[in-house]
Design a protein. Sequence first.
Length: 285
Amino acid sequence: MAYRFLLSWRWAGFLMMAALFAAACIGLGNWQMDRRNQAVTEIRRVQENYDKPPVPFKDASTYFAVADPEAKWTTVSVTGWYLAQDQRIVRNRPNNSAAGYEVLVPFRLSSGETIAINRGWLPIGNDRPGYPDAVPGPPTGEVAAVIRIKPSEPDLGRDAPEGQLASIDLSHYGRQLDYPLMTGSYGVMASESPPPSVAPQPLAAPAVKEGSNLSYALQWITFGVLAFVGFGYMARQQARIGREESDMPENTADPAEAVQQPRVPSRPKRSGSEEEDALLDSMGL
């Protein structure tokens, strides 16, 4: 049987290695597909919520108390005033591929609740390392603002200098305040009235491109399939070599040895007396 060698431990090991490699590739492909699905879900939320007319805060208040992923980027109108004394800047925040800070300010609503509003972005400063050069204050008095809902971020487990936050972890931020803060979600500034004379830069709109995750997933799956293709090719080559060896003659001596050597004619065998006579003749006796 040409493929009987597949039953050996050696080839069983080859098959196991191919299977493990393929399993790893499929796992990486699934991971890339999960990332792609997350990106598609985020794009759908942006398309459904980002540019919709704002809803009153009373219709969206539950999202600020407890985050709902489906409510992300929902536009909400709020009225109240900023509590500027508790303003914080958030470290290490990119905006349009530039590193900087974001400005987070508590906002007391006319209904009495307090939410956090991200007013925008500031570039890295030149005067003092680790701080922006200037932080514009929020408008005073009553303000009407339009914001977009974004869930609270996780605690990064890092400390931050006085007046700063490592992330927009609303539970951590709320513990620094002397009043209750709604910790499910915060608002990203879209507009405010009256407009301030100086304000942080608006945050860039969320991307609506899937990226390369689908391509990467297909590549990993292809690599997994190729592992078995390679195993099959090796087995086929081994079977071909086995057939060629079985078709060879049993006498596998060197062909050069098979060339007939010239035969030296043998002399007729002499008797003992003849040998003695020949010896005496050669001696001239």
